[in-house]
Write a protein that binds this ligand. Structure first.
Ligand code: LFR
Length: 470
């Protein structure tokens, strides 16, 4: 009998439940349920609607009955850094405020008054992003200190869903590292750092590794679903799950391409040298205590927002064709400029940037799209140069994974700009990584090495070479 597992992968714009199993030596994925996700304004803050998301998760689980499959286990991954606080009865004390909210503006600089930037980096190895959990907690301390006083449990978004399913509260390692509060060497909550920013350590839970079998879902939920299943922790940070799916890491730089573009390499040790700090590279935790040495690039969020601002009149495929037709348009923006994190209108934000930098202003949808793609590529190229400088070597390959790797124009532009071999796939990298973590825990796959061989054998990967000059 084949064993099935259920991966719940929720990104900033959509979520899905995928059934995974091994058939005739290949990993097979079946999509059971898909739903949309977005940030919503609740009072003063941009938040995630965790209630709606949990309803979708349950609805998806129930669909197993329709296809007559009983998965052994379920595991949930989402974006990182965001969290909720619970009181001692398990009730929510806070909304899950989104990292795109501006409540953390200026907080990072305040924290640096209490503890110097270099020390934070040397201990955690985590990049400085104004939305890291450490700064969100400090912002909360100012706006709602009572919630922190009363807090019994700090849970990140997937931890919270796992808690709702099982009643067990743990913090999963890969996601915990994104808080910038986990020591990169001890792999534990950094008490000194918590102390320095006056956040009480007691609300943090034990850090558990991907592959931990958390236990069965609550009885009442098993009844509601019509069957019992256990929760197995995947790498709950979506990017950590995605990186598991990169089949080969030798000489390879990966780009996990979705709402964000995460560009980097896998490592055995954290690299906290001055150059890595200056270039703002992170050392986020990965499976088996590997490290994801990478950098966040604003990513396809920009084109998602552009699309929304054109009232969804154009599809993503339309933008690609329109951008190709606007081939002479050349203006470039710095995609990592904070103004693009959550602007009222992305098109206007891009136009203003071009005006301020004395460049031609994109007017047509094609020009706007061309500007976004070219600007992303420019940022990838700069990040690759930085990686090669830090590692003092050249990488020959780039493996783009995730939904964004379906953008053939972008893949080709990357090949042309870097002159490296570019591979695209697997598309469902995050769900794949989630699934194999569960299958390893259940003894169906031996280890990550075997999982990667299986992934390589199971999914088509398309190659791109730099176009030859005519
Ligand atoms: C990608 C991602 C990134 C993280 C960002 C915010 O979905 O998880 O890795 O930096 O979202 O959480």
């Amino acid at each position: 009998m084949n064993k099935y597992v259920l991966a719940v992968d929720i990104g900033a714009s959509s979520g899905r439940l995928m059934l995974g199993s091994i058939h005739e030596g290949k990993l097979v994925l079946d999509e059971l349920h898909r739903f949309s996700n977005s940030i919503v304004k609740k009072g003063q803050y941009y938040c995630w609607d965790l209630h709606k998301l949990f309803v979708e998760i349950k609805q998806g689980i129930k669909k197993c009955q329709d296809v007559q499959v009983r998965p052994e286990s379920i595991g949930i991954d989402t974006w990182a850094v965001d969290f909720v606080l619970l009181d001692e009865n398990g009730n929510l004390l806070t909304e899950a405020v989104s990292y795109r909210d501006d409540r953390t503006d200026g907080v990072m600089e305040e924290v640096f008054q209490k503890i110097i930037k270099e020390r934070i980096y040397l201990e955690t190895g985590i990049q400085f992003q104004k939305f890291n959990t450490i700064y969100q907690l400090c912002a909360l301390k100012k706006s709602n200190p009572e919630s922190l006083d009363k807090a019994d449990k700090f849970l990140m978004v997937p931890d919270y869903f796992h808690y709702l399913l099982t009643g067990k509260a743990v913090n999963e390692y890969t996601n915990a590292t994104s808080t910038q509060l986990v020591n990169a060497f001890t792999k534990k909550w950094d008490k000194q750092l918590l102390d320095a920013v006056s956040i009480k350590p007691e609300m943090f839970q034990d850090i558990k590794m991907p592959g931990t079998i958390l236990g069965d879902v609550k009885e009442e939920l098993a009844e509601e679903f019509g069957f019992n299943l256990k929760v197995v922790l995947p790498a709950t940070h979506d990017t950590a799950s995605a990186v598991i799916s990169v089949p080969e890491h030798d000489e390879t730089i990966y780009i996990s391409s979705g709402t964000w573009s995460l560009i980097g390499v896998e490592n055995k040790f954290p690299i906290c040298v001055t150059k890595a700090l200056d270039y703002n590279f992170t050392n986020e935790g990965g499976i088996d205590y590997r490290f994801r040495f990478l950098k966040n690039i604003m990513g396809l969020w920009m084109i998602q927002e552009v699309r929304r601002n054109y009232d969804n009149e154009y599809s993503f495929a339309d933008f690609v064709e329109l951008a190709k037709a606007a081939k002479n348009f050349q203006s470039i923006v710095n995609v990592n400029d904070d103004r693009f994190l959550n602007p009222d209108n992305m098109i206007i934000a891009i136009q203003n940037y071009c005006a301020e930098t004395n460049q031609e202003i994109p007017v047509t949808p094609g020009e706007v799209a061309k500007c976004v793609y070219d600007s992303l590529v420019e940022c990838y190229v700069a990040a690759i140069d930085e990686i090669e400088e830090i590692f003092e070597k050249k990488f020959t390959k780039i493996n783009i994974i995730g939904g964004g790797c379906q953008n053939e124009l972008l893949n080709q532009l990357i090949a042309d700009a870097t002159k490296k071999q570019v591979f695209a796939g697997p598309v469902e990298a995050t769900a794949v990584g989630n699934i194999v973590s569960q299958l390893i825990a259940l003894g169906e796959i031996k280890d990550v090495h075997e999982a990667r061989k299986l992934i390589k054998h199971s999914f088509d990967v398309k190659g791109y070479e730099a176009a030859q000059p005519i």
